[in-house]
Design a binder for this molecule. Structure first.
Ligand SMILES: *Cc1c(COP(=O)(O)O)cnc(C)c1O
Length: 356
């Protein structure tokens, strides 16, 4: 049994790791591994097509969205978004934690993005929708679905956004059916909840694609990438293939409704433990708490070091908080089972009994 609560790169389903093992070194009778054949071969085209159709099935995605598999991580999208869409009007940013601030700061290299709302400096809640500024001429509204470091997550779509939503869904993508409605674009670096690092999924509506400027260089242009089926240059074939295995695994689990039920229960149990008394503490407004990344503190910070040492000895990994906020964090992505989550909670209860 693995107990991996890492925030990213994060655990893959054990069945997927086994499948990768079985497929190496001779994938699908090709006489070579998936890493060693042409990305333009019929065999690889099959992988790409299956991954896309499985993704469309899981998300019940309309034909008006295109699916792109890109490189550069979510961080590259922080630049590509303003380059593709903010050439005439500015983008608007809702700042709810570390990653949305990063997206906004990066957009400043390319123009003058507007800050629509912010929950600085603590980021223990989402900015109130009623308090957003809503200028008339926005190109898009950028939101971060789930703040991986601060543990803040949208539980419903913001009402009547003043421009198409562009959503950084890196850390809760496929954890449940998307809560956002009629978004223009959703993107996710794979290494949190979809697959290995090195590939980034972009789901983009045709109406937004039509706005990508022709003079923008092809690698950075969403329209070229769509026209070329994400094969403008050599894609990260191995990461793409593993994402395909994860998508298949999700369908076998019963799809996103089934994942949503398990993920909600995992989070409910862990928050119940954190809220039991003052020993552990999560600072986020309960209605805005993340089901995926749960940061927490122990009332006496010196005990946090002890907690990390003792959990490491007990076989738990990835529980250290992000260096920018400190403390502890448990990430409960799809590949983390209810049993593994309960094992952590049991450990936490023993720890409290011993040191409380
Ligand atoms: C991890 C993360 C990023 C950065 O992803 P990279 O793929 O490393 O660029 C951006 N946004 C969110 C919400 C994240 O969790």
């Amino acid at each position: 049994m693995r107990y991996n609560f890492s925030a990213g790169p994060s655990p893959l389903p054990a069945a997927v790791i086994q499948q990768i093992r079985a497929d190496l070194p001779d994938w699908n009778g090709q006489g070579a591994s998936i890493m060693e054949i042409s990305h333009r071969s019929g065999a690889f085209a099959g992988v790409a097509q299956q991954a896309e159709s499985d993704l469309r099935q899981l998300l019940d995605l309309s034909d008006r969205y295109r699916v792109l598999w890109l490189q550069g991580g979510a961080s590259s999208q922080f630049s590509l978004i303003p380059l593709n869409f903010a050439h005439q009007q500015p983008g608007g940013y809702v700042l709810s934690g570390h990653w949305s601030v990063k997206a906004w700061e990066t957009a400043m290299y390319h123009g003058q993005p507007l800050q629509l709302a912010s929950s600085a400096p603590d980021y223990t809640r989402l900015p109130d929708r009623d308090l957003w500024q809503t200028p008339a001429d926005l190109a898009y509204v950028h939101v971060t679905a789930n703040e991986t470091i601060h543990g803040v997550q949208y539980q419903q779509s913001p009402t009547e956004p003043p421009a198409p939503l562009i959503i950084d869904a890196s850390s809760d993508f496929l954890s449940r059916p998307p809560v956002f409605q009629r978004y223009g674009m959703m993107y996710a670096g794979a290494q949190k909840n979809l697959g290995p690092a090195g590939i980034t999924l972009v789901i983009i509506h045709e109406d937004l694609l039509a706005r990508c400027p022709h003079q923008l260089a092809p690698m950075f242009n969403y329209r070229t990438q769509a026209d070329k089926q994400s094969l403008y240059n050599t894609p990260p074939v191995f990461s793409w293939y593993v994402c395909g295995l994860v998508l298949r695994w999700l369908i076998d689990q019963g799809g996103l409704e089934a994942m949503a039920r398990i993920n909600a229960e995992k989070a409910r149990r862990l928050y119940a433990e954190l809220d039991r008394d003052d020993f552990y503490r999560n600072p986020v407004l309960p209605a805005h708490r993340s089901q995926m990344n749960i940061p927490f503190r122990i009332h006496d910070p010196t005990l946090e070091k002890v907690f990390l040492d003792e959990t490491a000895d007990a076989g738990f990994i990835g529980l250290k908080g992000h260096r920018s906020v400190g403390g502890l964090r448990a990430s409960l992505y799809n590949a983390v089972s209810l049993e593994q989550t309960q094992a952590l909670i049991n450990f936490m209860q023993q720890f409290r009994t011993h040191y409380g």
